[in-house]
Design a protein around this ligand. Structure first.
Ligand code: PXL
Length: 274
């Protein structure tokens, strides 16, 4: 399924001009890793919704649907379909349409729904239901702890042991073919725990830096996808992504306005030169 040839990836995320999230992160990361990201911007926003006020928005669902038809009419093939933040049921339907049109593509769903134990505002019960349905079609889901607990219908713990982190991943592995759950607080570490059906769960951990930024889930997810498509094992891909995100946070001056995300651009070359 995986080789080291360049891969074409349909990236279904919003395009937020400023703030280092979604396509503004996913596109450069996958490109520098040698892949061909094809962008399907589910909406145009001036910024992400994480604290920079009310973004200017332009709806693009109709355009996206026509773009999918165009790509299909060109007999374009995708090795992977990678979806992120989706703000409406119509946007979820676009991903489902892409899954229907390219059934052989590897389907990676980041179920962007919340953080810090809370669901994002605007997540209607209908949208939550649609995101759950989307996850049920994925080959790999990449939730954070809040989203994982929501998908599993479990209360969110404030701390976990390594064994509990592995058990959480194992429960996700009963529901999905593969999962990597990010941002698990385990003592002085932040842990990611992953699983593939039929295999033992794994964990990767970094010392907690104690600063959080928008877009780090997109940074993690896109490096994970890029490395998987290079042929790396899920655990190695998670390790690479965790390293890069931790280093990008460390490289971002503490006094920088956190709403503008992590300053990962000077580090991108590292993803090319491996
Ligand atoms: O990084 C996730 C994300 C993507 N896009 C938009 C967001 C968020 C998180 O808040 O608001 C528009």
């Amino acid at each position: 399924m995986f080789t080291d040839a360049p891969k074409r990836i349909l990236c279904i995320h919003d395009l937020s001009g400023a703030g280092r999230s979604s396509l503004a992160v996913v596109t450069p990361v996958l490109a520098v890793m040698g892949h061909q990201p094809v962008m399907l911007p589910t909406a145009l926003l001036s910024t992400h919704t994480g604290g920079l006020g009310t973004p200017a928005r332009l709806a693009t669902e109709g355009w996206c649907s026509a773009a999918l038809d165009h790509y299909h009419s060109l007999e374009m093939e995708f090795d992977c379909i990678y979806s992120g933040y989706l703000a409406s049921e119509a946007q979820v339907s676009l991903v489902e349409k892409a899954f229907d049109l390219w059934p052989r593509a590897i389907k990676v769903v980041d179920p962007v729904m919340g953080d810090g134990g809370k669901l994002y505002s605007g997540l209607t019960p209908g949208l939550c239901q649609a995101l759950r349905r989307l996850c049920s079609r994925a080959d790999l889901v990449v939730p954070n702890l809040t989203e994982a607990c929501f998908l599993l219908d479990e209360p969110m713990p404030s701390q976990l042991t390594r064994e509990q982190a592995q058990a959480l991943a194992a429960r996700l592995g009963e529901q999905y073919p593969a999962a990597v759950v990010t941002g698990l607080p385990v003592g002085r570490f932040l842990m990611n725990a992953g699983v593939q059906k039929g295999r033992s769960p794994f964990t990767v951990q970094r010392v907690k830096i104690g600063r959080s930024y928008p877009g780090t889930g997109d940074l993690f997810g896109s490096i994970l996808v890029g490395a998987l498509l290079e042929g790396q094992a899920l655990s190695a891909a998670a390790d690479l992504a965790a390293d890069f995100v931790a280093d990008a946070i460390a490289a971002t001056p503490e006094e920088a306005d956190s709403r503008y995300g992590v300053q990962f651009e000077p580090m991108l070359g590292r993803l090319a030169k491996r």
